[in-house]
Design a protein around this ligand. Structure first.
Ligand code: HEM
Length: 159
């Protein structure tokens, strides 16, 4: 089953036309997309580095993850909303775009991993029951998945 009719419908919505017809809306939306991703990456990286035993070692991981959780969730929400707006404005272009496909596949795995293994690895030791070695693997996988999403996002404009 081809997804093309869905992409065509997305490309023809009123908001798609509005973003395409106003000079400043795409760059402004993309700026918020990038600002939100810097906040998401920054907060996740601090916790991943803590899981690897690098930096902020006086703070328990669960404390850091707890303090940063609302920032992670808020920035993820902003990225998803601005991403959908950017997508709507160039849905047909995204349809045949390998960068977009690569990004959406890794985004699915990154978000799923974030709310499962990452959430468990950053819980209290007695709750997570995860070995130190396993927590380091979780941190490395988390970094790799989010990096792949970013690379896919950047690639959209070039492939
Ligand atoms: C955590 C999630 C996401 C991350 C880390 C991310 C990352 C990026 C990056 C790094 C760029 C390139 C910015 C640039 O060229 O200056 C980008 C652009 C873009 N993203 Fe995302 N993105 C995310 C979610 C989404 C979602 C959910 C969608 C759509 C459903 C989306 C659609 C787009 C589009 C259409 C562009 C513009 C590409 C262009 O024409 O330049 N993004 N994103």
């Amino acid at each position: 089953m081809s997804l093309f009719p869905f992409f065509e419908w997305c490309d023809n919505t009123a908001i798609s036309a509005w973003i395409r017809d106003t000079t400043w809306s795409f760059p402004v939306i993309e700026t918020f997309h990038i600002l939100a991703l810097t906040l998401l990456y920054g907060t996740i990286l601090i916790v991943d580095l803590r899981l690897l035993g690098m930096g902020m070692r006086r703070q328990p991981t669960r404390f850091l993850a707890g303090e940063l959780r609302s920032w992670m969730n808020a920035s993820l929400a902003v990225i998803l909303v601005t991403g959908v707006l950017l997508f709507l404005s160039e849905a047909i272009r995204c349809y045949g775009n390998d960068g977009f496909r690569f990004k959406m596949v890794f985004l699915f795995f990154a978000v799923t991993f974030h709310f499962t293994a990452f959430r468990r690895a950053t819980a209290a030791d007695d709750e997570s029951r995860m070995s130190l070695g396993m927590k380091k693997v979780v941190a490395l996988v988390s970094m790799t998945l989010w990096l792949a999403v970013g690379v896919g996002g950047r690639a959209i404009a070039f492939v």
